[in-house]
Structure formats: C-alpha cells, structure tokens
Design a protein around this ligand. Structure first.
Ligand SMILES: Cc1cc2nc3c(=O)[nH]c(=O)nc-3n(C[C@H](O)[C@H](O)[C@H](O)COP(=O)(O)O)c2cc1C
Length: 207
C-alpha cells in the first residue's frame, strides 16, 4: 500500500514525486549508467547530509573518494568476490568511515560541550562507540542526499575493513564502515526485482 503524502494534513511535507525519488522508486544501483559523477555533485550531497542530526552534533562521518584505477584496485582487494566488479567499474566509490578522533572538533561543533573533549580522550571505548553509531546514522542521510542531488547509490559491505583501514586510511584515525558506489540515476540501476518491505503493522508496537 502506498500512502499518498498529499492526503496528509500539513503544508510542510514533501510532495509525492520527491518521496518517489528519495524512497519509493529509488533502488540500490548495481549496473552503472554512463556519465561522470563530479566532485561538485558529491559535495552537494555531503552539504545536505551534514545537516542530519547526530549525538551532541558530533558528525563523525568521513569520506574517502575513490577514483583512480590504482585506488579502485586497492579497495577491490578488500571486498568480497561478488562486490569486486562493481568497485572496479562504478563511476566513483565512496568509503564511508568513522573518525575516531572526532572529539577534536567539539569546540567548533558543540562549544557548550567542550568538557567532553578531555572525557572522550580518556575513554577510547566510548569514543569509538559514538564514532561508529553516529557515522552509520550519517551514512543513511548520505544515501538519501545522493538521491536528492540526482545520483544513485549502491551501498556494499566491506569484507576486510581492517585491511581498508591499513591500506587506504593509514594515518587518518578513520575506521571504514561501508562502500557506496555512486552513479548517475538513470532507470532503476538494477535487474533485481524490488523486494518486499515490512509494513507498519509488522514493524511497530504501540504502548
Ligand atoms: C549496510 C549495507 C550493506 C550492504 N551490503 C551489500 C553487499 O555487500 N553486496 C551487495 O550486493 N549489496 C549490499 N547491500 C545492498 C542491499 O542488499 C540493498 O540495498 C537492499 O537489498 C535494498 O535494495 P533496493 O534498494 O534495490 O530495494 C547493502 C546495503 C546496505 C545498506
């Protein structure tokens, strides 16, 4: 069942065409349309995604933009076999990573919480949990933001994340979470049939 947003009693909702673009019609891209994905397009997507909420405004997500054949090859070496071809052929791939030293930006991002800098410096486990959890949250915002600027996103797990960290993220303090292939949005970008989603009644309990 599709709920028409135009039936909702508010002026601030998005229209149904935008809901289709961001959610209902958008697919995980697996076959890539011709055409370059520019840094300007990627920056425009980041520029939207950065506004999504995170704990204390930590915003720990960082991006490695993988473009050159040599960098693609290195990234592909850390992917599972079924994901290699897409990393080698996507117009561009992003490695989404969590900055484990995000707390150094707290004076800028949350000046009222500067006491947390020292507290987090001394608590590696808590810092890593904040970094990872909030970067995953931002990964979701980024996938939708890529769609919002007219691109298609293809998220893929990283088989050997420690290998990516050592090879491509050495010296950054970033830990890799996910690869997102990015292409021009054209057609569905996949030959897979759309799988079902759980409905409201299956996914919710009200107390
Ligand atoms: C965190 C995450 C990890 C994923 N890992 C893989 C993967 O390793 N290989 C793959 O082919 N697809 C992967 N996917 C793609 C999902 O299978 C796909 O997004 C989901 O089935 C929905 O497909 P749809 O957008 O076409 O409806 C991943 C997606 C996410 C969000």
């Amino acid at each position: 069942m599709t709920i028409e947003l135009s039936a909702l009693p508010t002026d601030t909702r998005i229209d149904d065409a935008t809901a289709d673009l961001l959610f209902r019609e958008a697919r995980t891209v697996r076959t890539f349309a011709e055409g370059e994905v520019t840094d300007e397009q990627l920056e425009a997507a980041y520029d939207l995604a950065k506004w999504g909420p995170t704990a204390v405004n930590f915003t720990p997500l960082r991006l490695l933009v993988v473009r050159t054949p040599e960098a693609r090859r290195r990234l592909a070496d850390h992917m599972s076999e079924g994901n290699v071809e897409r990393v080698l052929t996507a117009p561009v791939s992003l490695v989404l990573a969590a900055d484990t030293r995000f707390h150094q930006h707290i004076p800028t991002l949350a000046p009222h919480m500067t006491a947390m800098v020292g507290m987090l410096e001394g608590n590696d486990e808590q810092r890593r949990a904040f970094a990872t959890n909030n970067s995953w949250l931002q990964a979701g915002y980024l996938i939708l933001a890529l769609r919002a600027v007219g691109l298609a996103a293809g998220p893929m797990a990283i088989a050997d994340a420690a290998g990516v960290d050592e090879d491509l993220l050495a010296g950054t303090g970033w830990t890799s979470l996910l690869v997102v292939n990015v292409a021009q949005a054209e057609g569905s970008g996949t030959t897979f049939p759309r799988a079902a989603r759980l409905g409201w009644d299956q996914a919710t309990t009200t107390v």
